[in-house]
Design a protein around this ligand. Structure first.
Ligand code: FAD
Length: 494
């Protein structure tokens, strides 16, 4: 026998074996035994929906209706400038709809706003990231750490998105290790204000969401130095503090003197978010613009704080801003549902192999157990993630102002945010592949979702549980307790 005919025989044997395997997997004995022995399940769509998303779904449906507006229609493969403009337009429109409680609403309808925000997480991650930067971090910092005067002045303008804001913590030199940031704020006793300065290249603020084009205001985090009362030539380091700093003129949108801003450029995803770099050159910040709930210079020009330890002080400030992780844990589960819906529906219509002769109907890819085993465990895990994220949200509402509960919530939310975002990224890859080439097509969304959601593993605390856990607290015993709290939370049955 010639070499070529032996090769072709081997190839056809391999093909026959592959075809037999595919055929066998289509008629998986376990699946067929199960399907023949089980009684048909009577599943009420309404009951299931109620279990998943609550009894009263008025606001959920209201939100989905709002998302039908033309401003929300998906537009892919446009420039980052167009993408940012569209995102701004979407937010100006969305803010008018009243999707967040107003700043002075002392008893907001929690069920209403929870339902609206949950429904929004099924939408686009660029849109959600803008919300996270403005309504989550910028707004949250003023609300949680600012004086009554700052709240009364700036929150009404933030509510309507009339004055958008950003949150500038990360620097070129320091991301995960936020305690290492180098931006400086000096208290100038003579002028009665803080002087904000970027001392070197690594201290430039980097990746700041909304800074490149959108934000008028910023929360800027800096190391605070106060003149030593007993020796005016020395400075006392008081650790990291947050300042509310205008970046642009509200009328002209021109960048203000002493401030330099550059765009971080094209990213591999969420180009709807304009991430920027910021430098400060001896910028004067009025005393009242320090978010001084945990520490700042008082009216008499004296520094005061409820914490002696500056790390605890900074920890206390950040711990109040953990809510973004709940949003990411929830939106990871919901976006995984979107991708799985697309892939499973496609699997119910796409046919490959299984015809005995040309022209005969082929088998639905969703009927192959190989395909089922790829997607169904992910679907089941997604719903486990769904319930865990909802339990976390309930924990958020019940923590109140008890510092012990707040810290525990911080650790649990860091862990669940990590687990859920990792699951989302795995799901997006699997669903993209499950749709074959169609998974790459822009209008089929999954490819874009993959690019846009990738960053969820990085911002709001990188997806590395133990690094996240280690970032808070210092005692080994306490860390053990917190890890145990996360473990117990994940094992809860409710
Ligand atoms: C699109 C986008 C938007 C953002 N928006 C904002 C914003 O609005 N405001 C803001 O302040 N920041 C923002 N960030 C910054 C974000 O929070 C940081 O990127 C994040 O904290 C990670 O920091 P880094 O990029 O410097 O990575 P690094 O900290 O340098 O980490 C690099 C790698 O090292 C690993 N690593 C770090 N430390 C350890 C350790 N101790 N042990 C083991 N591994 C470790 C990390 O897990 C990671 O894999 C944004 C980032 C992006 C990409």
């Amino acid at each position: 026998m010639s070499t070529s005919s032996s090769a072709s025989k081997t190839a056809s044997l391999r093909l026959a074996s592959l075809s037999a395997q595919l055929d066998a997997s289509a008629r998986d004995p376990v699946s067929s035994a199960l399907s023949s022995s089980l009684l048909p399940v009577q599943l009420s769509r309404d009951a299931l929906s109620e279990q998943l998303d609550g009894k009263d779904q008025k606001w959920r449906h209201w939100t989905f209706d709002q998302l039908k507006h033309s401003v929300f229609h998906f537009k892919y493969n446009i420039t980052k400038e167009e993408s940012v403009r569209l995102n701004q337009e979407r937010w100006r429109h969305a803010a008018q709809l009243g999707i967040y409680p107003s700043w002075n609403d002392s008893s907001p309808d929690t069920d209403k706003y929870t339902a609206i925000q949950d429904a929004l997480t099924y939408y686009d991650n660029g849109f959600l990231t803008m919300s996270g930067a403005h309504f989550g971090l910028y707004y949250g910092a003023i609300r949680e750490l600012g004086s009554e005067e700052l709240k009364n002045t700036w929150l009404p303008l933030a509510d309507t998105f009339e004055v958008p804001g950003c949150f500038a913590l990360t620097e070129l030199g320091h991301g995960s290790n936020a305690r290492g940031i180098e931006t400086e704020a000096y208290w100038d006793a003579q002028k009665g204000c803080y002087i904000l300065n970027t001392p070197n290249t690594t201290a430039q603020k980097y990746w700041i969401g909304g800074a490149a084009e959108t934000a008028i205001m910023s929360i800027v985090w800096a190391q605070l130095y106060i003149p030593n009362p007993t020796n005016k030539d020395q400075w006392q380091h008081q650790g990291i503090h947050a300042f509310l700093v205008p970046l642009r003129d509200r009328a002209t949108l021109q960048i203000l003197p002493g401030i330099t801003i550059r765009n971080c450029g094209y990213k591999s995803g969420i180009n709807a978010m304009d991430n920027g770099r910021i430098w400060f050159d001896q910028v004067q910040v009025p005393r009242t613009m320090c978010l001084d709930k945990y520490g700042g210079v008082n009216q008499d020009g004296v520094y005061e704080s409820m914490f002696d330890n500056k790390d605890q002080r900074f920890g206390g400030m950040l711990v109040n801003l953990s809510d973004g992780r709940v949003a990411l844990a929830l939106s990871s589960a919901n976006q995984a549902k979107v991708a799985l819906t697309i892939a499973i529906r496609y699997g119910q219509s796409r046919r490959q192999f299984g015809a005995r002769k040309l022209g005969e109907q082929e088998t639905l890819i969703m009927d192959y157990s190989l395909h089922q085993r790829r997607l169904y465990p992910m679907l089941a895990t997604t719903y486990a993630r769904h319930f865990a994220a909802r339990a976390l949200r309930n924990l958020k509402f019940s923590k109140g102002s008890d510092m012990k509960k707040i810290k525990q919530f911080h650790v649990i939310s860091s862990g669940l945010k990590s687990i859920n975002t990792w699951h989302l990224l795995d799901t997006l890859q699997a669903t993209r592949e499950a749709c074959g080439g169609q998974g790459l097509k822009s209008s089929n969304r999954i490819g874009h979702m993959k690019a846009d959601c990738d960053v969820m593993a990085t911002y709001e605390g990188k997806s590395c549980n133990y690094v996240a856990l280690g970032r808070w607290g210092s005692g080994a015993t306490r860390k053990k307790k917190e890890k145990r709290a996360l473990y117990n939370f994940l094992r809860r049955k409710d």
